[in-house]
Design a protein around this ligand. Structure first.
Ligand SMILES: C[S@@+](CC[C@H](N)C(=O)[O-])C[C@H]1O[C@@H](n2cnc3c(N)ncnc32)[C@H](O)[C@@H]1O
Length: 256
């Protein structure tokens, strides 16, 4: 297993240091071995351009997977992160936090995003990297989540999106059709997401955009993965997405 932090050179040569100067300090193999999707550290670094993390903030991370982005946020911005996921062992995430000396700031919990055991208005921010789609398309989810955020606090998401809405399987390009019903039918444009949140009247959306770095992260994801993972919808679609329909969006809002 790769060492979590590149101590010798201080930089990871495979990550573009100019675009991701913070991520470049971490070991590329450690990132990839613990990834459940596109590079989670790069996505967290992109999110931090739009969500002002500051020392001491209480951050809820939803669907954190192996908590690499939680560890990254805690180390890079000195925030405290409650690293939650319904499918990952809290003990394993705790050990990952210990291995990067961030166990005093990363608090792992195995918990479902629909059943959050926290006090109302406890958090300064909630974030979800490549996980919000699993629960957040439900119109009732944002009103539930904002209970746990203080007024003026932030909600930030980075996830897969489409550059145009696809209203039916007939409208979908050929390469998305095999997995349209199962996956692509619930993937949306950033404009859809903005309206999805704004219409609740509970938040003000401050950032709703496709990430310029997203195409490269998606490309790296399918290039680096073993080809036997071809049931993965991203792996199947990306090699054929010449039109650039698929990208990563960033959505950041403040609770009113
Ligand atoms: C594609 S993975 C991304 C994980 C991590 N954020 C990353 O980028 O490596 C999606 C994660 O969402 C989690 N998840 C899905 N539904 C969830 C739910 N209802 N509550 C909590 N976590 C959930 C899964 O267990 C999984 O770890």
């Amino acid at each position: 297993m790769g060492q979590p932090f590149e101590e010798q050179s201080g930089v990871n040569p495979l990550i573009d240091e100019l675009i991701f100067p913070r991520t470049a300090k971490y070991d590329e193999r450690w990132i990839r071995e613990n990834a459940l999707g596109e590079n989670a550290l790069c996505q967290a670094e992109c999110l931090a351009h739009h969500l002002p993390f500051s020392a001491g903030m209480r951050v809820l991370e939803l669907g954190c997977g192996k908590a690499t982005s939680s560890i990254f946020l805690a180390r890079e911005f000195e925030v405290q992160v409650w690293a939650t996921d319904s499918g990952t062992s809290a003990t394993e995430n705790f050990h990952r936090a210990i291995s990067l000396e961030s166990e005093t700031r990363v608090f792992p919990l195995r918990v479902d995003a629909h059943d959050l055991p926290f006090a109302r208005e406890f958090f300064d921010a909630a974030v979800a990297i490549d996980s919000y789609l699993y629960f957040g398309t439900d119109e009732r989810y944002l009103p539930y989540l904002v209970h746990f955020i203080r007024p003026g606090g932030f909600i930030g998401v980075v996830d897969i999106g489409l550059r145009r809405e696809i209203g039916s399987i007939e409208e979908a390009p050929e390469y998305l059709r095999p997995q349209y019903e199962k996956y692509w039918s619930s993937i949306h444009t950033v404009e859809w997401w903005k309206q999805h949140w704004q219409k609740t009247g509970l938040v003000d959306v401050q950032c709703a955009q496709f990430l310029p770095e997203g195409d490269r992260l998606l490309h790296n994801y399918w290039v680096e993965r073993p080809s036997d993972q071809n049931e993965d919808p991203i792996m199947r679609a990306m090699p054929n997405d010449d039109a650039g329909l698929i990208g990563l969006f960033c959505l950041v809002a403040r609770k009113r």
